[in-house]
Design a protein around this ligand. Structure first.
Ligand SMILES: C[S@@+](CC[C@H](N)C(=O)[O-])C[C@H]1O[C@@H](n2cnc3c(N)ncnc32)[C@H](O)[C@@H]1O
Length: 247
């Protein structure tokens, strides 16, 4: 069963397409209860582990209040709150926020809101973390404008984004429509939701146009030997890019 679950999408199941933000919200509401433990999310777990080896080194550069935008079930929000940093966890899905709150307790303030319109004052926070969420945003430029508005000028913004070059190949092989990615868990049937990655160049351009300075770019999975990561061909094959932004 473990292997069948790992490769479930290869059998090209019948997908339900859930479009728009409403679709995204509905799917994450449904995924919330088994998101952390589902056998179907094998690749998500793998990429999370690799991403954490990079991001864990940067978390202590966040200061209170830190905002986890698209917090999901609290993978980082819980960790940041345990470091003694007051944490606001923002998400579109009420069900994932409930999970985050349950895991993180009083150290976390859960807020149901959209990344593209943050209910926060200008220069009010010490940093933002937004992982595996940027690619779900219909208007990433507005979200980055919001991040730039609310982070104090000595704060940082930690972002991760899937490599659109690889996603395109994956979709083409499996006949998945452009800008969608497949999800499923034990409780939720095969579903396609909006998820459009970025090339490294495109992401850098968006960040810079929003007024950020790129302080670090890391290739994920962390490659053996940084030299390999410098080769253009390898950069095209990297599944996830991780950025530390500042001003
Ligand atoms: C793949 S999960 C990532 C969760 C978490 N950041 C992590 O890395 O484990 C994506 C999350 O982004 C949220 N999301 C998608 N679009 C959003 C938006 N416009 N505003 C806020 N949250 C959003 C989803 O509800 C979901 O919880």
């Amino acid at each position: 069963m473990a292997n069948t679950a790992k490769f479930w999408f290869i059998s090209k199941p019948q997908y339900e397409i859930r479009g728009g933000k409403k679709g995204l919200r509905g799917v994450y509401d449904c995924l919330a209860s088994d998101y952390d433990n589902s056998r179907y999310l094998f690749y998500t777990r793998w990429i999370e582990r690799e991403e954490e080896t990079i991001i864990n080194r940067w978390l202590d550069e966040l200061s209170s209040p830190a905002i986890d935008v698209g917090c999901g079930t609290g993978r980082y929000a819980v960790k940041i709150a345990r470091m003694g940093i007051s944490t606001i966890a923002i998400d579109l899905s009420i069900e994932v926020l409930k999970k985050t709150r349950k895991k993180g307790g009083d150290g976390i303030l859960p807020v149901l809101a959209d990344a593209e319109s943050l209910p926060l004052k200008a220069d009010s926070c010490g940093g933002i973390i937004c992982t595996l969420t940027f690619d779900h945003l219909f208007n990433p430029t507005s979200a980055l404008g919001e991040f730039e508005r609310v982070i104090r000028k000595n704060g940082i913004c930690i972002m991760s984004t899937l490599n659109e070059t690889l996603l395109k190949r994956f979709r083409r092989k499996l006949g998945i429509p452009c800008s969608y990615m497949p999800f499923r868990t034990e409780k939720c049937g095969p579903t396609l939701i909006y998820e459009k990655g970025h090339t490294e160049e495109k992401a850098r351009k968006l960040f810079q146009e929003a007024g950020f300075r790129i302080k670090a770019t890391e290739l994920c999975p962390v490659l053996p030997g940084r030299l390999i990561g410098k080769l253009a061909l390898f950069r095209k094959l990297i599944p996830l890019f991780v950025f530390k932004l500042g001003f």
